[in-house]
Design a protein around this ligand. Structure first.
Ligand code: SF4
Ligand code: SF4
Length: 77
């Protein structure tokens, strides 16, 4: 099953990934990260389709996508 990992302390709270996810399963947390930003979070992991749009969209490379045992980092795109 595909999924993602968000490095919350790299996140600057721009919300681009939240708007880009075609499944609408990303949202902003109600807690702040080490930089003082409300960070992105996944709220429904079971619906992730591994499309990687969130990771491609993130300007701070804070998201990794996992699918079929492979981790896709930004430099893979
Ligand atoms: S990989 Fe696709 S479906 Fe999964 S969280 Fe990212 S944008 Fe949404
Ligand atoms: S696109 Fe990246 S920096 Fe912006 S909210 Fe999402 S994870 Fe954070």
């Amino acid at each position: 099953m595909p999924g993602i990992t968000i490095d919350k302390n790299r996140c600057k709270g721009c919300e681009l990934c939240v708007k880009a996810c075609p499944q609408g399963i990303l949202s902003m947390s109600k807690t702040i990260n080490i930089k003082g930003y409300f960070h992105a979070q996944m709220h429904d992991p079971s619906r992730c389709i591994g499309c990687r749009i969130c990771a491609i969209t993130c300007p701070d490379t804070a998201i990794e996508v996992h699918a079929n045992g492979t981790v896709f980092a930004l430099f893979d795109y």
